[in-house]
Design a protein around this ligand. Structure first.
Ligand SMILES: Cc1cc2nc3c(=O)[nH]c(=O)nc-3n(C[C@H](O)[C@H](O)[C@H](O)COP(=O)(O)OP(=O)(O)OC[C@H]3O[C@@H](n4cnc5c(N)ncnc54)[C@H](O)[C@@H]3O)c2cc1C
Length: 576
């Protein structure tokens, strides 16, 4: 038996914990990875409607076929009835402009694959068994109860396990304990959103009818979401003829109604023009999934941890971020965030101290930015209830900020709501920029993101208690990391992001990120040696086929800003 302390202990075997443990073991098989799950067997969980954005992660984990073969209803989109018009807005994942993505990035499948609607007890069990088969040590019925600290760093856990209490040492502890947020409780780092404070009540029904425009057909399903007076309903066909029906309402609306949540749920369901006719012969499932319950309630407050990692620890999934369920993003954020956590952990094991610090900082930025687009969408969603085109336009701005693909606003909405903007880094990976890992920061190439039409000038996120809003000023320069193909490693790049009004179709093509970065990078390299005046740099840019407006406006300011930030040498600063 191996008595060496674990390299990594993961708390919680939900989507985040299983993804992290599986990928670390896949790419660093020599590491000892322990996954602790407090429940002894498969357990009920909310979060049944998944997004295609998880598919690349499931494939990388090697679990896609197992999930796909489990017989979950395939999900091809989501339909909405929202606000006064009561017209159904149909959304299909395959509306996304895949051709354009392939042209620009060349690395994605030719069509967007479906997702599924799942019974979470089964879905999570598949992930857990797969982690175990991948070499992860798993203990079920093992609850983390306390932390072991050494020199200000987390160095292990106290646990309560089937054999009794234990102390387990580890180099790293990953909090993937979901909303329980085991470490964020100790660290007091959870920041709740000031206004997204909802509550959800839900139940499962057998014999509920399907209507094509609401839920597709058994072969290709959709989820259905519709607004009602105090909030909104979800209607999600899961397996075995069972439909999950849930009401999300604000804490204020619940109080105002003077009813218990279950009574408000029943009243609103009976009064809902779209759902009531589907429920006439439906029977509620008692003791769903052995939970002993037939009606469930869940606090639904959105939050973001003020830190995603620290000495000896990291958090991923709901333990780090929770964004309102309106867009069904939770499981996607859990898989994609844990994927990044695994890459960060593996990369930092191979890195020196300075780069290690940057890697963790970058992981924090990744979590904030992943959450930001969905916070912006959720807030917009709740703030407007009339015109679908406004949602599409807002999604268009968000998509273009994260993923520079030209397509209609409606298709942009589908892209965001399919969880695909999350994969920008994966589409535009470091291997397309770098042949080998540079050793000195000054050798890192620039990775330039053009944030066109960013909402309100910039994506901003405000939190209730303390976390400062993050504004992307005209230029934001940082060291960032990109996945270097599959292999569990991140490579450093200098990331320069700048905001620009949408320059129109003719210029968009000139800004094709991959070509633009290369040309712009050559100019920046010339600027780095400090021997050229700004005028000479301008001429150089013109020769590189970079549009004149770029140099006259944002390009010039960009170089000046780099000089001020000390990224370029002092000679350029003087000349600028
Ligand atoms: C009302 C509502 C509706 C939602 N609808 C959707 C949806 O349609 N689609 C979607 O994608 N998401 C949805 N979500 C979000 C989704 O439920 C979560 O985002 C997702 O489950 C997060 O995965 P995770 O792995 O981070 O955490 P979890 O799935 O919560 O897993 C955490 C695991 O940690 C274990 N654990 C906790 N504490 C300890 C401890 N001390 N020791 C050991 N183990 C521990 C738990 O038992 C659990 O198995 C919804 C959420 C809510 C509240």
């Amino acid at each position: 038996m191996n008595n060496r302390p674990h390299d990594l202990i993961v708390i919680g075997a939900g989507p985040a914990g299983c993804t992290l443990a599986t990928l670390v073991k896949k790419y660093a098989p020599e590491r000892r990875v322990l996954l602790l799950e407090k429940e002894a067997g498969p357990r009920h969980h909310i979060g049944e409607s998944l997004l295609p954005g998880i598919v690349p992660v499931l494939k990388e984990m090697g679990v896609f076929e197992k999930v796909d073969g489990a017989g979950f209803p395939k999900k091809i989109g989501a339909n909405y009835v929202w606000g006064a018009g009561r017209k159904v807005w149909e959304n299909d994942f395959n509306e996304v402009n895949v051709t354009e993505m392939i042209r620009r990035f060349g690395k994605i499948p030719e069509r967007i694959e479906y997702a599924w609607q799942v019974r979470r007890s089964r879905y999570d069990e598949i992930l857990l068994k797969h982690a175990e088969e991948s070499g992860v040590e798993v203990v079920r019925g093992a609850k983390a109860t306390g932390i072991i600290e050494k020199d200000g760093a987390i160095a292990g856990l106290e646990t309560l396990e089937p054999g009794g209490p234990r102390r387990r040492e580890a180099e790293f502890v990953a909090d993937c304990s979901g909303q329980a947020g085991f470490l964020s409780k100790y660290r007091e780092i959870r920041g709740y959103h000031a206004s997204l404070r909802n509550v959800a009540g839900y139940a499962y029904y057998r014999g509920a009818k399907w209507k094509y425009t609401y839920s597709g057909h058994p072969d290709k399903t959709k989820i259905f979401v519709c607004s009602v007076g105090p909030g909104w309903f979800w209607y999600i066909p899961i397996d075995d003829g069972v439909v999950s029906v849930g009401l999300v309402t604000t804490v204020e609306n619940l109080k105002k109604s003077g009813l218990e949540l279950e009574a408000l749920f029943a009243r609103e369901l009976a009064a809902c023009d779209e759902l009531a006719p589907l429920m006439t012969e439906a029977e509620r499932v008692e003791n769903f999934d052995g939970s002993g319950q037939s009606f469930f309630s869940h606090s639904d407050w959105s939050y973001l941890n003020r830190a995603a990692a620290g000495p000896g620890w990291l958090a991923a999934g709901d333990a780090a971020i929770f964004v309102d369920p309106i867009l069904s993003t939770g499981v996607t954020l859990a898989h994609v965030g844990a994927h990044r956590a695994a890459y960060t952990l593996i990369s930092q094991w191979a890195a020196g101290a300075a780069e290690r610090e940057l890697l963790w900082k970058d992981y924090g930025a990744f979590c904030r930015e992943s959450a930001a687009q969905y916070f912006v969408m959720a807030l917009f969603w709740y703030g407007h209830d009339k015109d679908a085109s406004k949602w599409w336009a807002e999604a268009g701005r968000i998509q273009r900020a994260w993923l520079p693909v030209v397509q209609s606003d409606k298709a942009a909405f589908v892209t965001v709501s399919a969880g695909l903007t999350q994969h920008y880094d994966r589409l535009f990976s470091a291997s397309s920029l770098l042949d080998e890992t540079p050793t000195r920061p000054e050798d890192y190439p620039f990775y330039v993101e053009v944030l066109k039409n960013a909402p309100g000038g910039a994506p901003v996120c405000r939190f209730g208690d303390g976390d400062a809003p993050r504004l992307l000023t005209p230029f934001d320069v940082s060291i960032s990391f990109l996945p270097a193909g599959a292999g569990g490693r991140l490579k450093p790049v200098k990331r320069a992001r700048f905001l620009k009004e949408d320059p129109g179709d003719s210029v968009r093509d000139a800004l094709n990120p991959r070509r633009f970065v290369t040309r712009w990078h050559e100019v920046l390299l010339a600027a780095l040696d400090g021997s050229r005046t700004m005028g000479e740099l301008g001429a150089l840019l013109a020769g590189k086929d970079i549009p004149a407006w770029w140099w006259e406006g944002p390009g010039r300011r960009f170089v000046e800003e780099l000089a001020v930030q000390g990224v370029l040498g002092p000679a350029v600063a003087e000349r600028a």
